[in-house]
Every structure is written in C-alpha cells, then in structure tokens.
Design a binder for this molecule. Structure first.
Ligand code: ADP
Ligand code: MG
Length: 237
C-alpha cells in the first residue's frame, strides 16, 4: 500500500475510489500479475514502449480489475494504450459473437488513428478490428460481420444502430475517448444512444479525457458506477 502511494506520487498519479489496484511498475507485470499473451509484450517492445506512462500505470490495472475508469491525462500521454491494452488482454479474439468492444472517438481522424494503433498492438493475434467508415455504416450486414473491436465516431455509430440494426448488446467494453471533445462537439445525444445500445449489464465503461470540465464529470457520474477516477498532472492542463 505504502509502495503504491510512493509509485503514484513519483508519477503524479492522483486517484479516488475504493480499493484501487496497485499501479504497474513495468510492462512485465502485465504477465506476472495478470494474464498477458506474449504477442502483446512483443508488440509493445517492437513499438519501442519500454515503460508505461503514468496514466497507463494506473488506468490499465483499474480496467484489468474489471472496474470502470474515469481517466484524465494530458494530450500525448498515452491514453490510447491505456484502454486498448486491457481490452486486448481480456477480450476473446476472433469471436463470431458480434461486437464486444466499442471505442468512441470525436473525429474521423482520431478514430482512424486509434484503429491503426489497435491493429499494431494486436499484430500476430487474430483480432477483428473495424473502423466504422461511411461505407461500412451504410452498407454492412452487421449480423454477419466478424468484429471484436469497433472504433467509430458518434454519428456513424448512431446511424448504424438506428438504420442498420447494429447490435451492441454483447459489448463488454465501452470507451469514450476524448470525452471533453465529444462534448464540445455536441455529441451528447449520440453518446446517450450508444450507452443505451451497449445494454449488457456487465459492460465496463471508461471515459478518457485531456481536461475535466463539469460536463465530463457529470457524464462520468451519470453513466458509471463505482468508477475509479485517475488524474495525471493538473486537472485542466
Ligand atoms: P493521448 O491519447 O494521451 O493524447 P496517445 O495515446 O495518442 O496519447 O499517445 C501519444 C504517443 O505516445 C503515441 O505516438 C504513442 O504511440 C506513444 N506512446 C504511448 N505509450 C507509450 C509508452 N509507454 N512509451 C513510449 N511511447 C508511448
Ligand atoms: Mg487520445
């Protein structure tokens, strides 16, 4: 416990919530403390990721413990890996059970970037990782499409849910990335319909943000229960 506090202090990690799991000392702990297949550690090494960043140290173990997570850390601090790593570790891959993880990003560019990063991390494992393009949202027969992890913007996802009957009832992980931007851009209604569509009572929701405006705090309170709050650095830097 004392050691956890020291490690958090050293990396500027602030937490709130009960029974917060220990932060990672290093990536090797992914396989000593949790179950992590070798492909992922190999990919991290190949990408040149030697040490976890502060947000990764804490958000990864929170999500691996099955807790919901409300994470705030500056732009460029490695939030993408903080949510993708637990999803890749926990999700059954190559499944035909439909979409089981959804990452919502505010812009097409960010969605494309996130799905590319996800594919790099998943290299060597048969994960179905799909970017919701305009064509896909309009033409896909989602019932037949194998998809483990779906990355989308709010409008395209809402369109696919409404018009193409995309079924998100088996989603186990829902990530709202850059939730401050999702708000700024006025996607409250779309977020709401995505949260409703991910109707599995065991879904683990997480919210990642670079800043913590009241709107984001409010959303965190309304959609998450017993979430661990992880803040790195100052609240509004
Ligand atoms: P954020 O979402 O917080 O703005 P990103 O997830 O986009 O940040 O990461 C920023 C950059 O840092 C990316 O180029 C990413 O590949 C790199 N990165 C992420 N994690 C690590 C790490 N543990 N070590 C080194 N570089 C990393
Ligand atoms: Mg990001």
């Amino acid at each position: 416990i004392e050691r956890d506090a020291l490690l958090r202090k050293k990396h500027g990690i602030h937490i709130s919530g009960l029974n917060v799991p220990s932060p990672l000392q290093n990536f090797a702990e992914l396989s000593s403390r949790y179950i992590c297949k070798s492909y992922l550690l190999r990919n991290l090494a190949e990408l040149g990721f030697k040490e976890p960043t502060p947000i990764q140290r804490q958000a990864i173990t929170v999500l691996l413990s099955g807790r919901e997570c409300f994470a705030c850390a500056p732009t460029g601090s490695g939030k993408t890996l903080a949510f993708l790593c637990p999803i890749l570790m926990k999700l059954k891959h190559g499944s035909k059970d439909g979409v089981r993880a959804v990452v919502l990003c505010p812009t097409r560019e960010l969605a494309a970037q996130t799905s590319r990063e996800c594919k790099k991390l998943a290299k060597g494992k048969k994960f179905y990782i799909k970017l919701m393009t305009k064509e896909l949202s309009r033409s896909a027969d989602f019932d037949k499409m194998p998809c483990d992890i779906l990355v989308s913007t709010p409008l395209r996802l809402q369109y696919a849910i409404r018009k193409r009957k995309l079924d998100l009832s088996r989603v186990e992980y829902l990530v709202l990335d850059e939730s401050d931007k999702l708000f700024e851009l006025g996607f409250v209604k779309q977020i709401d319909s995505v949260v409703k569509a991910c109707s599995n009572p065991l879904v683990v929701r997480s919210l990642f943000s670079a800043t913590l405006p009241d709107s984001v705090e409010e959303l965190a309170r309304t959609i998450m229960h017993d979430a661990v709050r992880v803040i790195v650095g100052r609240k509004n830097s």
